[in-house]
Ligand binder design. Structure first.
Ligand code: PLP
Length: 396
């Protein structure tokens, strides 16, 4: 890594210079099949013509005014988000972590505004990931991300993923909200069963808690529904954080809330210089229109079924190395058996020009663009088959 950059990442020795659809092209011209899409971001693939046109057109008109002035694209996109979801109020951000921060602030402030400032604690789950800002690492609770940054922040109660009794016991008079990813991404691509989301909704209703979904990774069509929690039908949140896929590669996110959970967020309670800037809104509107266009989500359902069938076949063939196929829709995890290493598998796949990622719990992760075809799936499975064939046990 060149010295002037903080050493926070360890990218492979590749320099991508252009992308088109599901492919990335290296400086030398080598083509890679992108089955990670900037970690579940480029849902429409690279250089989608409508997104490029919208960004170019906006770039020639107006880049930025800040939220001192009205940004018409915000109203347009917020109306679309609210039209098709549980939400009535939207705050635009630049990133997922900021959307999570807004969600947590909104939940705490709701109780404050209702005369209960003592209700500020937030229940979270092991294996959660909510971003890398100070509030978000504390909500995520991963000791690796907290170490070295001073005392842990007060007000988060972490419960073992799947332990229903511990969850009930964690609810106190001081609890404000529960935050959960309907499909845990970084933590190991673990989908929460629909019935458990419904259980969370009931628990929140029973105790007057707000239910916050972090759909930064699983939202924006990735699971085959616009928002992942829609699979659980009645388990709607009060507040939801989104980002990654909603901008298709342009940095943006949003915090959505119901009228009841969001109408107390008035002047002075929150803000952002860049959030919802005209360039982001130009792209965000195109992305949303594509995701909600006729047949788009059905395509995601169909192609993810194809992909999962073929992966199940691969998991059988390599049953000595693959323990489990995880996730939902096109958020896919391959949990490897002990002794095999997810990052090594990703490196081997790269050797066969397939890009994939790694998540926690020794899971290899795939999050391809939502526009992939059966040909792309076949190509990916072929490369993954070879990579798995080359994978050898490592001392851990
Ligand atoms: C990536 C991610 C975040 C953080 O988003 P950033 O844009 O990196 O700040 C938060 N929550 C979940 C579930 C994520 O996957």
């Amino acid at each position: 890594m060149p010295a002037p950059l903080m050493d926070t990442y360890s990218p492979p020795d590749l320099n991508f210079e252009r992308g088109e659809g599901a492919y990335l092209y290296e400086q030398g011209g080598d083509r890679y099949l992108d089955f990670i899409s900037g970690i579940a971001v480029n849902g429409l693939g690279h250089a989608h013509p409508k997104a490029v046109a919208a960004l170019k057109a906006q770039a020639e008109k107006l880049w930025h005014t800040s939220n001192m002035f009205r940004v018409p694209g915000q109203l347009e996109l917020a109306e679309k988000y609210c039209r098709d979801s549980f939400a009535d109020r939207v705050f635009f951000t630049n990133s997922g972590a900021e959307a999570v921060e807004c969600a947590i602030k909104t939940a705490r402030h709701y109780h404050f505004a209702h005369g209960r400032p003592d209700r500020y604690r937030v229940i979270t789950f092991t294996g959660a990931f909510h971003g890398r800002t100070y509030g978000a690492i504390n909500a995520g609770g991963n000791p690796k991300y907290l170490e070295g940054f001073g005392p842990a922040m007060e007000g988060f109660d972490q419960v073992e993923f799947g332990d229903h009794d511990a969850l009930k016991a964690a609810v106190t008079e001081e609890t404000a909200a529960i935050i959960v990813e309907p499909v845990q991404g970084e933590g190991g691509v673990r989908a929460i069963p629909d019935i458990c989301l419904r259980g969370l909704r009931e628990l929140c209703d029973e105790h007057g808690l707000l239910l916050i979904y972090d759909e930064v990774q699983a939202g924006a069509g990735r699971t085959g529904k616009l928002w992942a929690h829609e699979w659980a039908e009645t388990a709607q949140p009060d507040i939801m954080a989104v980002a990654k896929g909603v901008g298709g590669g342009f940095p943006m996110g949003a915090c959505l809330a119901t009228e009841a959970a969001g109408d107390h967020m008035k002047i002075g309670t929150h803000g952002s210089t860049f959030g919802g800037n005209p360039l982001a809104m130009a792209v965000g509107n195109v992305v949303y229109d594509e995701l909600t266009s006729d047949g788009f989500l059905q395509h995601v359902v169909d192609i993810s079924n194809t992909m999962r069938q073929q992966l199940a076949g691969l998991a059988d063939e390599h049953a000595d190395k693959i323990e489990e196929l995880r996730g939902r829709g096109l958020l896919i995890g391959l949990k490897l058996k002990d002794g095999y290493v997810n990052k090594t598998l990703a490196a081997k796949a790269r050797g066969h020009h397939l890009l994939m990622g790694a998540a926690g719990d020794n899971v290899a992760r795939m999050a391809p663009p939502l526009i992939i075809t059966e040909d792309h799936v076949r190509e990916a499975i072929g490369a993954l088959d070879k990579a798995l064939g080359e994978l050898t046990p490592e001392a851990s």
